[in-house]
Each structure stands twice: as C-alpha cells, then as structure tokens.
Design a protein around this ligand. Sequence first.
Ligand code: SAH
Ligand code: SF4
Length: 371
Amino acid sequence: MTDLDLPGITAGRRTRAARPPQQWADLDPAARVAAVTEAALPRFRADQISRRYYGHDEADPLAWSDLPAALRPQVAERWFPQLLTEVTTQACDAGDTVKAAWRLTGGAVVESVVMAYPERVTACVSSQAGCGIGCPFCATGQQGLTRNLSTAEIVEQVRRARVLVASGAFPGSPDHLTNIVFMGMGEPLANYRALVAALHRILDPVPAGFDMSARNITVSTVGLVPRMHDLAGEGMPVTLALSLHAPDDDLRDTLVPVNHRWPVADVLAAADSYAERTGRRYSIEYALIRDVNDQRWRADALGRLLAGRLAHVNLIPLNPTPGSRWTAATPRAQDEFVSGVREQGVTVTVRDTRGREIDGACGQLAAVVEA
Ligand code: SAH
Ligand code: SF4
C-alpha cells in the first residue's frame, strides 16, 4: 500500500509528532505469540493476556491473579503503557451522552463520545488527532492534522467505552457497547493501516478481539476512493458512510476539498462497488447548511443521483462551530429537503443532534482543552 500523496493527509507521518509506545492492542495474534516468546514466556501467555484484554476489557496486569506475581510488573511495563490519559469527561442528554477528552503521547488531545439509546449504545471514536482534509464547516478540520492515531490508541477508546457501558452508566440501555462509528476526529481512511488493524481487534472473536458485529460498525469517509476499494477487499463488511454534503461538484469542491481529486461521480461509483462487494447498504451523510446546500433543487438533484443505488441518506443538521458563519437549515427547509429526496424513492433519516451542548456533536470535536 502506498501513501496518498495529498498534502495535509499524510503530513502527520512526516512531522516529528511523538509516536506512542507499542501496546498489546497493536499486536496481531501472530505478533503476540512472537512477543511473549521473545520475552522468554510460554506461548499460552499470549492467549491469557488477550483474554483479559479483549474478553474482560482489562488493561491492568498488576491485578491479574492468574499471572505469577513476579511476572505482572513485566507484562504491565512491556505491553500496557497508558496510552489515553483522561483530561475531562462531560455528560449531557440526561446522562445518556458522555464525551471524554484523552491526552495522547506527545500531548495531542482527542475525543470520543458514548451515546446511549434504548436499543443500542454507540461509541464515536477518533482516528486522527486533528484532520488534514480541511472541510470548512468542521471544527476538527480547522485544526489541521497533528498525527495519526496508532491502532492501540483507537482500540483503547473502544475498550474505555466498553468499560463505561459495563459499569452501569446507562440504566435504560443495553448493558454492553453495541455499536461503533468512526465519526470522531479525523479521516479514518487517511490512517488506513491503523484503521484496518483496529477493525480486526474489534471484530475478531475473543481472544483475538472483542467479537463485535461488523454490521454495527460504521466507517465514515469523505471518499478517498483507492482506500474505499481497499476496504471492500478486507473481508470485513462494516457499514460505509460517505460524507457527500452536495450532489454537485461545484459546491462539493468548496465543502469537501478532496472533491477536486475524487469528484461526486467517482466517490459514488466507489461506494456502489463497496456495496456490491460487501452486500452492505451505504449511507450518504449530508450536513444541511442554511443557504449553502439546503435548496429544494439540490434535494431533487440528490434524490435523482441516488435513486436506484443501495444508499440511504442521513441528514445532519449543521452543528455550529466556533467562528463559522454557517448555521443549520431552518426546520422548514429541512422538511422540504427531506421531501425532495424521498420523492425520488430514496430513504432519508434526520440524525439527532446528541451532544450539542457539550460540543460532542458531529464536527464539534476540536478538543479545546487547556494544556
Ligand atoms: N472524516 C470523516 C469522519 C469524521 S466526521 C468524514 O468526514 O466523514 C463525521 C461526520 O460529521 C461527517 O459526516 C462530517 O461531514 C460531519 N460533520 C463535520 N462537521 C460537522 C458539523 N459542523 N455539523 C454537522 N456535521 C458535521
Ligand atoms: Fe476531516 Fe471529516 Fe472534519 Fe472533513 S468533516 S475536516 S474529513 S473530520
């Protein structure tokens, strides 16, 4: 796999941003066996440690009574450095939305959000510190890219969310984490290797991974076409969300700058191919911005564009970001937009705006935490 030679997207790998130490979740099953063998431990320790981590969501070997006491500090030091240091945790929506800010190695701060509903509990996780794509309506996009997250930094966000849910934090909801969306900070497909490895840890059965269901995992992308094709070939039928935001290239060029490279027709063709190869319907994300992309004629155009495709439209009322002149469409324009798309036979939902008051909603994740 080659890097995408887009300025900004891969820049994080070239900067001197501090890299995190290796952690157990960075290792695939073969690497775990190799690691314990290299440490002069018997092979069975690899599964034993993995069962603690993936089967019980535990990451403190000092408390593992099935490891000899003398071995625990060695395992802790070697494979369980603390990757995420909690900076703040805030709740809203009567406790059903919880946003955590985590400090990473090197000082960058990323966020993840857990949202509880009667039938599911969803974690929204970050894949990069900042983002190099630069969509003008997105708070993360205004920061630029600091660096890619490591596999274990992504997996640790998931584990922390699992621990929170299992602690009984959400009484009216399932008692375990059911869904994950890669809709936090960053463009997941610009951190492809770490994303795919993290998906393996999330999906693989215990002890290799958390054994979550692929249909409940969503990867959201602006449409990095070569990586969409790669993802379709990974044999992990996760749900794809394509952030379109405009049916026409003129406007999408301004809202999603990589549209210059992969225009609307190309990203839709790649999404269709993803749907064909995985059998999964994809969703089209469309942030409705007043007087920018919320016109009825654009709804009609979007409906015509998607009619007959295996796609579903998810409208996101624009969440305000600091310093932006843009705001959400009026309720009337939103209703009109929904009708326009539906009239073409395309299904539409309007996303709830969970987490707005704690800046935990889409596009508001900018980690404005004092250093
Ligand atoms: N980089 C990926 C995933 C993270 S953003 C992507 O763009 O798809 C997750 C979703 O939030 C995307 O659909 C994005 O377009 C949307 N989003 C960004 N800023 C927003 C804002 N201010 N209001 C509403 N949605 C926003
Ligand atoms: Fe990056 Fe997604 Fe924000 Fe665009 S919307 S700047 S791709 S995080």
